[in-house]
Write a protein that binds this ligand. Structure first.
Ligand SMILES: Nc1ncnc2c1ncn2[C@@H]1O[C@H](COP(=O)(O)OP(=O)(O)O)[C@@H](O)[C@H]1O
Ligand SMILES: O=P(O)(O)OC[C@H]1O[C@H](OP(=O)(O)OP(=O)(O)O)[C@H](O)[C@@H]1O
Length: 184
C-alpha cells in the first residue's frame, strides 16, 4: 500500500471532530485526502459529526462479515470504519477518528500508521462536553471517567495538545496531516 493512514484518537470532548472538520475544510478540493465517514449505532439526528447511521442488527451483520477494517464499542455505541484499502492503494491519505484502543490492531493490519493523540486538561474536557451539550450530564460523567484510558502508545504517535484557540489548533493539526515537518 502506498498511501498513508492517519488515525486520530483521544478522550471524548478533546476536540477531535472540531480539528477534523477544520482540516477537512482546509483540504477540500485536494483529492489526495479522504476523511472517513464512520458507521455508528447513533441516530443521525443526535447531532455531532456527519456519520452513517446503522442499526445494531445491521452493524453486527456487517462486522461479522468483515466489512469494517476497524471497529470498536464505546459509550454504549458501536463504531466501524468503511473499507479504505482501495484508497490506500491509490496512494491517498486516509484520515479517521478512532478509539485509542484500536491503534495497535491498525498497526498489525496496515503496517505504518500515523496516530495523532489529542489531549487537553480534564477541566477543559468537562467544560467542552458541557458546552457541546449533546449528552446528558450523567453521560458526560461516564465519558470523563473514560478519559483516563491509556493513549495509543508505541511508535509513530504524535502527541497533540489541543489547548490553544481552535483556529490556530486547526492550522497546526492540518499541517501534521499534510506531513509538514516530517511524519513518523
Ligand atoms: N481548541 C479548542 N478551544 C476551545 N474549544 C474547543 C477547542 N477544540 C474543541 N473545542 C470545543 O469542544 C467541544 C468538543 O469538541 P469535539 O470536537 O466535539 O470533541 P470530540 O470529537 O473529541 O469528542 C466542542 O464544543 C468544540 O467546539
Ligand atoms: O476508546 P476511546 O479512545 O475512549 O474512544 C472511544 C470513542 O470515543 C471517541 O469518540 P467521542 O468521545 O468523540 O464520541 P463520539 O465519537 O461518539 O462523538 C472516539 O472517537 C471513539 O469513537
Amino acid at each position: 500500500m502506498t498511501g498513508r493512514l492517519v488515525l486520530v484518537a483521544g478522550p471524548s470532548g478533546v476536540g477531535k471532530d472540531s480539528l477534523l472538520d477544520g482540516a477537512k475544510e482546509a483540504l477540500a478540493g485536494d483529492s489526495g485526502y479522504l476523511f472517513l465517514r464512520r458507521y455508528i449505532t447513533r441516530p443521525a439526528e443526535a447531532g455531532g459529526e456527519d456519520h452513517n447511521e446503522i442499526s445494531e442488527t445491521a452493524f453486527e451483520e456487517r462486522r461479522a462479515a468483515g466489512d469494517f477494517p476497524l471497529w470498536w464499542d464505546a459509550h454504549g455505541l458501536r463504531y466501524g470504519l468503511p473499507d479504505f484499502s482501495g484508497e490506500l492503494m491509490a496512494g491517498r491519505t486516509v484520515i479517521a477518528n478512532v478509539s485509542r484502543g484500536v491503534i495497535g490492531d491498525a498497526r498489525r493490519k496496515f503496517g505504518a500508521v500515523t496516530a495523532i493523540h489529542v489531549t487537553a486538561p480534564a477541566d477543559k474536557l468537562r467544560q467542552r462536553l458541557l458546552e457541546r451539550g449533546r449528552e446528558t450530564e450523567a453521560e458526560i460523567e461516564r465519558r470523563l471517567a473514560r478519559a483516563a484510558a491509556p493513549g495509543p502508545g508505541g511508535s509513530g504517535v504524535i502527541e497533540f495538545s489541543n489547548e490553544g484557540p481552535l483556529d490556530a489548533e486547526i492550522e497546526r493539526f492540518t499541517a501534521i496531516i499534510r506531513g509538514e515537518g516530517g511524519l513518523p
